[in-house]
Design a protein around this ligand. Sequence first.
Ligand code: CA2
Length: 151
Amino acid sequence: MNPPLIVVLNGPNLNLLGTRQPEIYGAATLDDVEALCAETAEQLGLAIDFRQTNGEGELITWVQECRGRAAGIIINPAGYSHTSIALMDALKATDLPIVEVHISNIHRREEFRHLSYVSKAATGVIAGLGIGGYALALQAIADLVAEEGEP
Ligand code: CA2
């Protein structure tokens, strides 16, 4: 049987990871995050499709395409977390387990980062644990997918 597919989506400006603001986001690049996800997924018996886009519409299209294709979604919506009701609606429409990841602790930062519309669609949220949050999200989603498969 094919391993369950987890789609790992990254929003705007995350392609700049490792180039600026290391005091907030650390020194790792998005390629490092992808390598961590690939290694963790293999250990957990999951397949991943890892993507980044700067476009809100593209992110929403990718979420819609998860329906009937993916077993779960991990998403770092970046700045769209705090603005996009359309992204929240698309995530809710998937009926899939969703783990939202933030590298930084958005609740310790500016007030405008405290609200995430995506959190209202997410099964769970991980924030403030650096890029290790992606590995934790994969572990969590492996459990959620296994639970869904139970009779
Ligand atoms: O902590 C996170 O993962 C965030 O989702 C990152 C977003 C931010 O808007 C959210 O409030 C929290 C920013 C992603 C852009 O990251 C950069 C990294 C290095 C240089 C420039 C941007």
